[in-house]
Design a protein. Structure first.
Length: 62
C-alpha cells in the first residue's frame, strides 16, 4: 500500500492509466482508497528478489 497515493492526495485514480509489475505480462489489480493505493500483484512473480511497479499516468488534457 502506498499512502502517498491515497484518495485524498492530489493524484486522483482517474489520472492513473495503468499499473504493471515489470517483468510480468499478467495484469495488476489496484484501487485507490482513503488509506492509500492498494495493489494486488499477479500470483506468479517475475523473479525471487525485488519487484518494481510501474505507474503510468494519463497525459494531462486528455
Amino acid at each position: 500500500m502506498c499512502k502517498a497515493l491515497a484518495a485524498g492526495s492530489p493524484l486522483k485514480a482517474e489520472a492513473i492509466q495503468q499499473i504493471e509489475l515489470l517483468g510480468s505480462p499478467a495484469p495488476v489489480a489496484w484501487r485507490q482508497a482513503e488509506d492509500g493505493l492498494h495493489v494486488t500483484p499477479p500470483a506468479e512473480k517475475p523473479c525471487e528478489h525485488a519487484y518494481t511497479l510501474k505507474i503510468a499516468l494519463k497525459e494531462s488534457g486528455k
